[in-house]
Design a protein around this ligand. Sequence first.
Ligand code: PLP
Length: 422
Amino acid sequence: TAARARFVERNPNSLKLHEEAVKSLPGGNTRTLLHNAPFPAFIKSGRDYQVTSEDGHTYSDFVGEMTAGLYGHSQPAIQSALISVIQEVGLSLGGTTKLESQHAALLCSRFRLDRIRFTNSGTEATLHAIAGAKAYTGRSKVVVFTGAYHGACFMFPRDVPTPNVIDRSGWIIAEYNDVEDARRKIEDESPDDVAAVLIEGMQGAGPCIVGRSDFLLQVQASARKIGAVFILDEVMTSRLAPGGLQELEGLRPDLTTMGKYLGGGVSFGAFGGREDVMRVYDPREGNALAHSGTFNNNTLSMMAGHAGLSKVYTPDVAREFNSMGDSFRQRLQAISQGTKLTVTGRGSLLGVHFLTDGRKELNSYRDRKDDEGLKELFWLELMEDGFWLQRRGSISLMLPTPKEEIDRFVHCVEDFLTRHAS
Ligand code: PLP
């Protein structure tokens, strides 16, 4: 298409860099999601709410590093925490530090957890939460939901796990937002074998398919009923309220997984919850599960994460920011009426969809029938308008983005709809 041709023309340096990258990285890529045909625009640097590409284009960053970029690219409190690690604390200390216990204490109080453990990513948090649930219950199966993404090797886009899921047996896959299917799969299929029920309160990879309250409560109740560990994946949603989506929905998970912005923009993951469940990881106990990880307590993540949550993303800021996100989504929903655009999400996280059947609500990944051509055109043309977006349509707002840029985005979307999708 013409838009694709313009993309190639506007990004000659990226093309050259891509041609170099394919010589050492498969497809020039080390994060599948960032692969875009014909080649990705290479990003050189970021500042505040903007990123600048290797071709000299500056964009308003609406990718927000898939929620990890909440603070933007140069938040002063986070910068000074990182500088003080480099100048005063040091890296890779090979010992226990008070930095990890201070961040742990803050996270436990914010998210109402008895105990927490750190990992390097949300993927590892999933891995260890599941291992903990299996050890605690002595059972082996895990119930998950269609469309779920719990990390690089925990993807369930259909009713079978993707091929890179570790150990492809032992999963029971229920339909998201289907109360009866969830109840049946959890309570009736093999209740004595189910160690854990693992679910996102909003499916981030949907993008942003919101879990209905009655459904989430039913899943929690069914997990309780059969004695399985109820694990809520809050890797994306922990930012939606001071105490995460569980606070908004009145959920009380046994374990919660977290990650992303809670490391202040540095590599991070965590899982935690009930003391008796987390005790399986207490090395003072006989038969404790091992959970090592060279960088679990790395000083950069501990300091940056703590500075961010204690000084920047305070409970008031979290509430205000997400209510701004809600009004942004409502404005987009208003202009989407009578067009092929559908906007989903909650608070500061949004999903932008172009659907062939014109649905205005998405209850499950299965319902999503993308108009691929329009979706790509939107991504390419909004990039020309100066917005850095993810091709799949997730928007993760960043704290420093000025209101004018949010307004400008709405206007550009409106123009796009007039040109192509009315
Ligand atoms: N769980 C959810 C809901 C996620 O969105 C992600 C990442 O996008 C993960 C887990 C995995 O986190 P990470 O990319 O840090 O491994």
